[in-house]
Design a protein around this ligand. Structure first.
Ligand code: GDP
Length: 375
């Protein structure tokens, strides 16, 4: 593995946050936080003991699934303040029996108003009838206030179910939930369903899908990734939110779970290595750091930081790795294009973004075409 320093100055790219995955603990909600923030904002709702805190701890705080056995149950409305260390803003809301959506103390205008997606967690190992009626209440109320909210149902703890049982439970929940909405005349509301467990990568995969729906520039990001991989002899590329290991975009080839898991492990390894051996005192990643890891299978993993929250992780064959200079050069074009996308996103209210241009080199070309400081 190598950590490579590149002398080209880059003024706007930050480095990985110092407190990887160990953001501040939960705090009681106080009011609007960063109202102008453009990050995807997600609410996590569900009955007590459905697994909300566990999901939050495992995805955003690097707690191992087994440790969640000893978590205290959520019994109040809490906000998990990870907004400074992640691309995603995230809030967690318990919907125990006593919460009345029509109570003046429950500020639903604020809660649902700025929210991009509402994830409702249903414990698949328990009787889910009450959860379904709470789901319907939450969805109806939220939709009245904010018609653009995406509704995502996590059929959770499916690790305890057999494969047949998983399919049957999903079918039953889907049927009942949509029937209830139709009966209430709300058939225009769309619910998406995901089978999840904290004991495998399904929870990260489901979160990735949810977050991707909230990124209007997703098609542009996918297109940029497609262009980069085809010019750099890369087989698969993921754009990761480093703190959570959610991928916010990937190229258009199908996602293989093993590749995704490999890339997640790569992030862990690089963070651990740079915390222990990094040149900087605080152990944080340098904004020009990169890492290549060669596996005994002939596969090479490549990681490079894109900005404060995001990193590009790629999988390539060993022979594609011969011209590292070209990969590094193309990465820089990609990073500049991504910055353009996010700058344009912030200005989007008045202008259309257009597609940023990247003048890439094709892997296989002669390295002479690169400036000397790029090789
Ligand atoms: P909350 O009240 O909704 O925040 O629920 P918790 O996060 O406290 O979880 C309640 C229990 O469910 C804990 O004992 C967790 O270990 C367990 N749990 C959470 N997620 C899963 C999962 O995916 N599979 C299994 N088998 N148990 C889970």
């Amino acid at each position: 593995m190598s950590f490579e320093d590149d002398e080209t100055p880059c003024t706007y790219v930050g480095s990985f946050p110092k407190g990887f995955g160990y953001g501040p603990e939960e705090a009681e909600i106080e009011g609007p936080v960063n109202p102008g923030e453009e990050k995807p904002r997600i609410l996590l709702m569900g009955l007590r003991r459905s697994g909300k805190s566990s999901i939050q701890k495992v995805v955003f705080h690097k707690v191992s699934p087994n440790e969640t056995l000893f978590l205290e149950s959520t019994n109040k409305i809490v906000k998990d303040d990870i907004s400074n260390s992640s691309f995603v803003q995230f809030q967690i809301w318990d919907i125990p029996g006593q919460i009345d959506f029509f109570d003046a103390a429950f500020d639903s205008e604020y809660i649902f108003g700025g929210c991009g997606a509402l994830i409702f967690v249903i414990d698949a190992q328990d009787d889910y009838m009450e959860a379904l009626s709470r789901l319907q209440m939450a969805v109806t109320r939220a939709h009245k206030i904010n018609e653009s909210i995406k509704f995502e149902v996590f059929i959770h703890k499916v690790d305890g179910l057999s494969d047949d049982n998983k399919i049957e439970t999903q079918r039953d929940i889907l049927q009942r939930a949509t029937d209830e909405l139709n009966d209430a005349g709300m058939d225009n509301i769309h619910l998406s369903f995901h089978l999840t467990s904290i004991y495998d990568h399904s929870i990260f995969e489901a979160f990735s899908k949810v977050v991707q729906k909230l990124i209007p520039q997703l098609a542009v990001l996918e297109n940029l990734l497609d262009i980069v991989i085809s010019n750099s002899k890369i087989e698969k590329a993921f754009l990761f939110d480093v703190v959570s290991k959610i991928y916010i975009a990937t190229d258009s080839s199908p996602v293989d779970m093993q590749c995704y898991e490999l890339c997640c492990d790569m992030i862990d390894v690089v963070i651990d290595m740079s915390c222990i051996y990094g040149a900087r005192d605080d152990g944080a990643f340098d904004n020009e750091s990169a890492s290549f890891i060669k596996l005994n299978s002939g596969t090479v993993l490549f990681l490079r930081e894109v900005n404060k929250h995001l990193a590009l992780v790629c999988i390539l064959r060993e022979d594609g790795c011969e011209n590292r200079g070209i990969i590094q050069y193309n990465f820089k074009c990609f990073r500049a294009a991504i910055q353009e996308v996010f700058v344009a996103r912030n200005k989007q209210a008045n202008k259309s973004t257009g597609h940023p241009q990247m003048d890439l080199l094709v892997n296989g070309q002669n390295d002479d075409e690169l400036d000397s400081d790029e090789t």
